[in-house]
Design a protein around this ligand. Structure first.
Ligand code: SF4
Length: 284
């Protein structure tokens, strides 16, 4: 049992999370939206949400958005432990997107997330494993919020400081419930380990985040490590960069070889964006 001492007395974090899930299902039922749609990533937070759904005894479905840069260890973990998971296939692979966009995804041009990760859940009540404490700036987070403007479009796996327990995404007609929004890392691990729930072996190999190989949102250290330990993906990125360069008009090419692109991409920092390189506003 996860008990937190607060100004208002002791709080049972698990009971609170279960109640949020049950409330979410009540909303779903009242709107004839069927089982809860769990945006399941296979990471530790998603495991908590999946297990909490079981404990809440409500109908739910686990949906995993395949990104084509998913670590094999993660896919095996999901198949072995959560075989009921529905694998959603993307319209384009990461490799096709790179060629199409004429650039690899960067911190300020995360076109891949919109295309690969944010599909599904339209007109459903969605559950995520988003937590406030994943963000360094967490003090101003509120408990509940209704999102009403286009710029507030919700990404399932963004752990921003303004994420709330219950959210409404007007753009995709989704109501999103984040049942473990107020859990800290140690709460997540305590819940998993004290209940003997399964978790992906990548955590025991020292990975602190699990997800797309080469994700520009990870640190350079993490990216270099995962690409070194998953050489298949490094080669796929190089092949995609090569194809991209061949398809780009010469005057817009900032790089000569796939290796140039690769090195630039690994050095991706907002302040190092190459002059003239395409920048994308996610809200547009
Ligand atoms: S998690 Fe990272 S690599 Fe994966 S789709 Fe989002 S930005 Fe792209």
């Amino acid at each position: 049992m996860l008990i937190k001492n607060t100004l208002f007395g002791e709080i049972d974090m698990v009971a609170v999370a279960i109640k949020r899930i049950q409330d979410a299902y009540e909303i779903s039922k009242s709107q004839n939206k069927g089982a809860l749609y769990v945006a399941f990533s296979g990471g530790k937070d998603s495991v908590c949400v999946a297990e909490l759904c079981k404990m809440a005894k409500v109908p739910y479905e686990l949906h995993y958005n395949t990104t084509t840069v998913d670590p094999f260890e993660l896919l095996h973990f999901i198949r072995d432990n959560y075989p009921e998971t529905i694998f959603e296939k993307p319209r384009y692979s990461m490799w096709q997107l790179i060629v199409k966009k004429h650039m690899p995804p960067t911190r300020i041009a995360r076109f891949c997330c919109q295309e690969l990760k944010e599909k599904g859940g339209e007109n459903r009540i969605c559950l995520t494993g988003v937590r406030r404490f994943e963000s360094v700036k967490r003090s101003s987070r509120k408990a509940f919020e209704t999102v009403t403007s286009k710029k507030d479009r919700i990404l399932f796996d963004d752990n921003g400081e303004f994420r709330n327990a219950l959210e409404q995404c007007t753009i995709k007609a989704k109501i999103v419930c984040n049942p473990i929004i107020d859990w800290e890392d140690e709460d997540v691990w305590e819940f998993i380990k004290s209940n003997n729930f399964p978790y992906c072996k990548l955590y025991d190999m020292g990975y602190s985040r699990i997800g797309c190989i080469g994700c520009p949102m990870a640190s350079r250290f993490e990216r270099e490590r995962e690409l070194k330990e998953h050489p298949f993906f490094k080669q796929k990125y190089l092949d995609a960069f090569d194809k991209m360069l061949k398809e780009m008009p010469e005057e817009t090419r900032n790089w000569k070889t796939a290796e140039d692109v690769y090195n630039w991409w690994l050095n991706d920092k907002i302040e190092k964006q190459i002059e003239g390189q395409e920048e994308m506003n996610l809200n547009e």
